[in-house]
Design a protein around this ligand. Structure first.
Ligand SMILES: CSC[C@H]1O[C@H](OP(=O)(O)O)[C@H](O)[C@@H]1O
Ligand code: ADE
Length: 257
């Protein structure tokens, strides 16, 4: 049973060679694709492409609950989410890697929880990312010589449209990077006691800076970044401690009323 799951985003489709693919049915419907099982550097991995195998699911229509449930059902305890993001700050440059440490939710109409009653839960989201996996991927990305930001606040917008210049200026006053998929993916993983780390690859300066961003540019730059992501995973995944001492699952002890 794979204990590590990877959710790949825009332009990240070939990070390993799957040995099998499993169709998982969940109480929330179908995940974005069958879950692919394979290995990265000797470690068993479950992989899901967030936008489907042919990128036909837009960010606001991703079935985040089914994706996280499916990975959990297969035994996954730790989730690595790969995302393409725009930069809201000069010093966060296209091509840089960010190991996100906070998020701000600007989405509007998604399924945010597994707990819609009668069981009521309120999960702490103060420090949402797994400290053990953050450490591994910060060290790995830096060790590979990539320009790496140890911290960064990701503002998640609803999409599928990009921001207006005014929105971008506002977001820039409190966040460092912008994307459309981190929420509710991380929230749902946490609700099941799973660890989550976000490896964000910057593809563009959002519109506050210069010319309007476009989707083709994001996918083109992400293709260029794919090798970086592959290397970070190849080196980083085997360094993830097998036993979890991070406390990510402890939120379950205090969430229920
Ligand atoms: C293809 S442009 C916008 C698209 O790219 C990012 O995808 P992901 O987070 O899955 O890497 C962004 O969030 C949007 O979904
Ligand atoms: N500028 C941007 N805004 C929102 N999502 C993105 N994904 C990649 N670049 C983005």
């Amino acid at each position: 049973m794979p204990k590590i799951g990877i959710i790949g985003g825009s332009g990240v489709y070939g990070v390993f060679d799957p040995k099998e693919s499993i169709k998982v049915h969940t109480p929330y419907g179908r995940p974005s694709a069958p879950v692919e099982i394979g290995e990265i550097n000797g470690v068993e991995i479950a992989f899901l492409p967030r936008h489907g195998k042919t990128h036909d699911i837009p960010p606001h229509e991703v079935n985040y609950r089914a994706n996280i449930w499916a990975l959990h059902e297969l035994g996954v305890e730790r989730v690595i989410g790969i995302t393409a993001v725009g930069s809201l700050r000069e010093e966060y440059k296209p091509g840089d890697i960010v190991i996100t440490d906070q998020f701000i939710d600007f989405t509007k109409k998604r399924e945010y929880t597994f707990y819609n009653g009668p069981r009521v839960a309120h999960f702490s989201m103060a420090d949402p990312f797994c400290p053990e996996m953050r450490k591994v991927f910060i060290e790995t990305s830096k060790g590979l010589g990539y320009d790496t930001h140890e911290k960064g606040t990701y503002v998640c917008i609803e999409g599928p449209r990009f921001s207006t210049r005014a929105e971008s200026m506002m977001f820039r006053s409190y966040a460092h990077i912008i994307g459309m998929t981190l929420v509710p993916e991380i929230v749902l993983a946490r609700e099941l006691g799973m660890c989550y780390v976000n490896i964000a690859a910057i593809t563009d300066y959002d519109v506050w800076a210069e010319k309007p961003v476009d989707a083709q540019e994001v996918v083109r730059v992400m293709k260029e970044n794919e090798e970086k992501i592959r290397k970070i995973l190849q080196e980083g995944v085997p360094k993830i401690p097998e036993e979890r001492k991070c406390g990510c699952a402890d939120v379950l002890k205090t969430a229920f009323v």
